[in-house]
Every structure is written in C-alpha cells, then in structure tokens.
Write a protein that binds this ligand. Structure first.
Ligand SMILES: NC(=O)C1=CN([C@@H]2O[C@H](COP(=O)(O)OP(=O)(O)OC[C@H]3O[C@@H](n4cnc5c(N)ncnc54)[C@H](OP(=O)(O)O)[C@@H]3O)[C@@H](O)[C@H]2O)C=CC1
Ligand SMILES: O=C([O-])CC(=O)C(=O)O
Length: 271
C-alpha cells in the first residue's frame, strides 16, 4: 500500500504567486501540509500568516530545505540558486517558477540528478506544455512564442533599459524583441519565464524563437505558441489576466496549485 503520510511543503516568496499558493495549501491539498514560508521582508507578512488556519513558520530561505520535502520557489530569479540548490542536494523536490534562472544555473539539474532530487517546472502562465513534451518524445522541427503584454507588464526590463527602448506612452503595438528564448530570458528576466519553460519542454533555449510586443491595445498578457513536429502541428494562445503584479498572470498561481494537487491525487489528468 502507498505511503499516505503527509508531505511537508514550504513556499519561498509571498507575492502574487506565493500568497495564493500558501492560501490554497492552508485550505488543504490532499497529502500535503504547509510547514514554512520565506519572504524578503518577513515583518510585512506576519499578520496574515498568523491569521491562517494553521500558521507556518516564517524562516530565512536557507532553512527551507531542512524543514520541507518540497519547496515552491516563487521569488525573484536572483535568489533561485540559493533556494533550489540545498533542496535538490538533499534529494528533495523544488518547484521552480523563475524558470529563466535555470538557464544561468543549468548545473542545478545535474545536482538534482546526482542526489536523486527533482526540479518541477509547472506550465505556469503558459499553455500546452503537455503537448510540447509529448511532441518532444518524437522530433520537433520548430517552436515559436509570440508574447504581447501591456506596457505595465514590461517596463523596466533590462533589454529595454540597455537598448534605450521607450515604451511608456506608445499608442500602437511595438515589437521590442526578436531572438532566441535564451536571449529573451537574459533581456526580460522577470517577464519571459514562459519562453524558457517552452524551450525546456521542447527544443531548447537556442532553437526556440521568441517575439515580444509591447501592446497598448491589450489588457492581458497574451502568449501564442506555434509548434511543428513529426507527430503534430499545433498553435495555442492564452490571454492572462494580470494579478496584482502586472508582470504575472493570475493563472500562474493556479497552475502551481494544480501541480501540487497532482502530486498525491488518486486521479491524475494530463501529462
Ligand atoms: N513560470 C511562470 O509561468 C511565471 C513565473 N513568474 C516568476 O515567478 C516569480 C515570482 O513572481 P511573483 O509572485 O509575481 O513575484 P512578486 O514580486 O509578486 O513576489 C516576489 C516575492 O519574493 C519575495 N522575495 C524577494 N527576495 C527574497 C529573498 N531574498 N528571500 C525570500 N523571499 C524573497 C518577496 O518578498 P516581500 O514580499 O517581502 O518583498 C515577494 O514576496 C518571479 O521570478 C516571476 O518572474 C511569474 C509569472 C509566470
Ligand atoms: O512568463 C512570465 O514570466 C509571466 C508572464 O508572461 C505571464 O504571467 O503571462
């Protein structure tokens, strides 16, 4: 009979994604218990954390791996390494949202392999990674992402700052980037995790093509993927309602919650 003891989950980051994931865990997900959380300014969060049904401990990120079996990373990309490395080194599971950071820290996957740990990247703000991973079992000929975001979802991105591209006040859609997923991750570390997720599911960050538009005519973060393979050709689009963080679609937290539910569910749907 399967071990039905509860798996201890910790959440790093209590922003747009992390707070919703914490609430869902507190309300109950089969087989899981919320044990600890981390944030950059813990004092800001103490009130609402204390008000949860079963308040987790608030600890620094370097303590998460010790106390939990699964750590969900929902923090800025610069702290991904310090969150994920200690988790996978202990043979545990890290669910990573700042997927772009995995490209600068590719050895984290080797570390997980060496110690029997696992890194899980949920579909997040994207669509169709089930079909992309299936097609990748065969041969994918091409994969492309076209992203359109309102100006507020892109301002401040390093690619715009470094190239002096001004998008504030534009009145028509403006293509601000065309290149590989690897280049997109470098230029838009907080805005284009979806490009990296698509590339890791499919043909890698150098062959996956990405186009980014700043579009004052849209209110949603819109992603269209186009894949051609030896088993299927498909294109899909998702129009994400921004959360309180305009860079992050509301569906992202829901994707993490769905991913957590699948871990111990008796019926599991989708790849
Ligand atoms: N894979 C995907 O599809 C998507 C991925 N993302 C990525 O997910 C990540 C989280 O996004 P989002 O929730 O919108 O971000 P937010 O900016 O809303 O929240 C970030 C959280 O991280 C916390 N934090 C910052 N520094 C540290 C630190 N050193 N230690 C612990 N916690 C820290 C902040 O703490 P405090 O509140 O105290 O300031 C805050 O709670 C981002 O990297 C984003 O790019 C976003 C959307 C889609
Ligand atoms: O990929 C990201 O980082 C976020 C994004 O585009 C979205 O939430 O729609």
């Amino acid at each position: 009979m399967m071990d039905k003891t509860r798996t201890r989950v910790a959440v790093a980051g209590l922003g747009a994604i992390g707070a919703d994931v914490v609430r869902a865990l507190d309300q109950g997900i089969e087989g899981l218990s919320l044990i600890a959380v981390s944030a950059s300014s813990p004092d800001k969060h103490r009130g609402w954390v204390a008000g949860l049904k079963s308040a987790p401990k608030i600890v620094p990120i370097d303590e998460l791996a010790e106390v939990a079996d699964i750590v969900v990373e929902c923090a800025p990309s610069k702290v991904v390494r310090s969150i994920v490395a200690p988790v996978v080194e202990r043979g545990k599971t890290a669910i990573v949202l700042s997927v772009g950071a995995l490209l600068q820290n590719e050895d984290l996957v080797d570390l997980a392999r060496a110690h029997g740990g696992q890194i899980i990247v949920p579909t997040g703000a994207l669509i169709g990674l089930d079909a992309v991973t299936a097609a990748a079992v065969g041969t994918i000929h091409s994969a492309r992402l076209v992203t359109r975001k309102p100006v507020a979802g892109l301002v401040g991105a390093p690619h715009l700052v470094e190239n002096d591209i001004r998008i504030e006040g534009i009145t028509e859609p403006l293509r601000i980037f065309e290149g590989s997923a690897r280049e997109a991750a470098r230029g838009f570390p907080a805005n284009l995790n979806v490009a990296v997720a698509l590339s890791l599911a499919g043909i890698g960050p150098d062959r996956t093509r990405v186009e980014i538009w700043a579009d004052p005519t849209v209110t949603r973060n819109t992603h269209r993927i186009e894949v051609d393979s030896d088993s299927a050709r498909f294109s899909m689009m998702i129009e994400n309602i921004p959360s309180e963080n305009p860079k992050t679609g509301r569906i992202t937290a829901l994707s993490v919650i769905a991913c957590l539910r699948k871990l111990r569910a008796s019926l599991r749907i989708g790849t």
